[in-house]
Each structure stands twice: as structure tokens, then as C-alpha cells.
Design a protein around this ligand. Sequence first.
Ligand SMILES: [Mn+2]
Length: 333
Amino acid sequence: MISLPVNDPSHVAETRRSVASLAASIGFDESDRARVALIVTELATNLIRHGSGGVLLAGKSEYGPQPALDILSLDRGPGMRSVELCLVDGHSTAGSAGTGMGAIIRQAHVFDILSLPDAGTAIYVRAEAGRLADRKPHEFAPFGAVSLAKSGEQVNGDAWAAAGDVGERTYIVVDGLGHGESAAEASRAALAEFRRCSGARPAEILANVHGVLRPTRGAAVSVARTEEQRNTLVFAGIGNVRGAVLSGGAVRTTISRNGTAGHHVRRIQEYEYPFVSESHFVMHSDGLLSSWTVDSYPGLMSRHPTLIAGVLCRDFRRDRDDATVLVAARERP
Ligand SMILES: [Mn+2]
């Protein structure tokens, strides 16, 4: 994912160019790119006008069959007085043309927003390649993530992936030791092995990943699987990629064993946690403060998983490290 600061009107055009070139790199044609440019221009303009500046994140989506971009606009500004009002075409609190938010919604395949007084606004847009007629603005997604390199680094030493199908998905988050290229090399090796064996038990996947990481610098790795028919989440971790199951206001932290995958592993063990209706699972690298909480965000847990990950990253990120936050939701009632 790329992270683009938007604090000055001159950043709007830069941001549009960066995201358009990312869109081209994943196969968006000219009309897809024009749509993305419009969305990004409106989001970035709103960040300046209404958000007191902020950040725009964009990356290739890991969900769905067709190429798509996940775009997040995050600010810690005053929030919108009424989200409903701001979504209506023609309404604007800052005397602009007033069509901004409506234009974004019409061009987005999926759109979601959380805006809280004095706590800022977070907007998620999914832009797919291809027909806008196929858009499903409120489509549910079972998972979403934000993964960002340490500021100043070109490559991200963290990585994540998802595999599986409805009601039984497997997730991995990897934090390559340190940061930069050697960390990224370990993360890539872990993901390649995960993709090869993602149907195995989490403990077996983790053991295999440990094996392939030997020639690398090593990594903290956690693997989790949702087994909704059993109302269970199965977790296995080595090192400090932390997991937490959120259910009805309660947070239960998962247990990882000490060590470094690829180097020092004493024991790999699976743990099971209740994963019931409306539960969420959050898994993150230590680029996110372990003190994070969702308590001060009314309505957050009913938003799109990528938006939830974005809000946590916005407010609890440690700047000195790569950061990854993955959020998985229950898919079946
Ligand atoms: Mn880290």
C-alpha cells in the first residue's frame, strides 16, 4: 500500500498521479484510471478543505476476482456534522461546488464512511477495473487490511494474505525482522509458502513457514483460520504478531509462542477461541500499539473491515516500524 500525505493543495495533483499510476500497474484501462483520478481528486480536496489535512492510502485489493484498488482517506479533523447531509449532492459545509461526496459515491464500486465529532473522518472506496454498472456500493467483505512501510522506507517488511472461502478462511500476517529489503525478503518467502499450503492446519502452515524462513533473517508470524460452522477461530503464532477476537464489547487476545520463525522456535501450538455471530478478528504486527481499542468509535465495528483497519492504523500506529492490521468479520449469521 502507498501512503500519501495530503496537507497542502499542491498534494492533490501529486496524489492523483501516484494513485493513477498504481491503477495502471494493476491493469486499469484509461476509463478506469479516469474514474480513479476523479475519486482521488475529490477525496484529497476534501482532506484539505474539511479534514485539516490527512493521508490517502491506496493499494491493490486482495479480495474479489477482478483487479481492484482499496483507497482510504483518513483525517483527524473535526468530523462531518451529519454524514447523511454531506452525502447528499448539493450540500457542502465549506462552500465548494458541493458535488464532491456524491461524485465519489457514484464512481465507487464500494463505499463506506465513519465520521465522528472531533475524532476525524475515515472513508473507504473500492474501485474495480471494468463496468461501473456492476457496482455494489454496500457490498459486504469478509476481510480487509492496511499494510504500510515504515515512513522513509521504499519496501514493506510486513506482509499479509488470505485464502479459503465463505465461512472458512485462513489468514497470515508476517513481520520480517527489522525493516527494509531483508525483512521484505523473509515476508515474501513466508507468503509463498502460505499460498502453497494454506489448506493445512494453522500449526502445520506455521511449521512449514518456519522451515522456509531458515535462510532468511526470520520473522514474527501468525496464522489464523475462521471455522464458522464450529463458531471457532484457530490460531497459531510465533513472535509478536498479535491477534484479538472481539465479541460484543469483549476483547480476547490470542496466545503466540515466543521466538522468531526461521530461527528460534521451541514449540508451535494451536489455540482455539469462540468466533460467534458478529465477532471480529484483528491481527496486527507490532507497528500498531498493543494498547489499541475500538471503544471510542461508536459504530466502527459495523463498518467495512478495510475501514476498521484504516481507523486503527490512523490512530494507533507506531511510526518507527512497518505496520499491518488485518480485520476479519463473521460472514454467516
Ligand atoms: Mn515490526
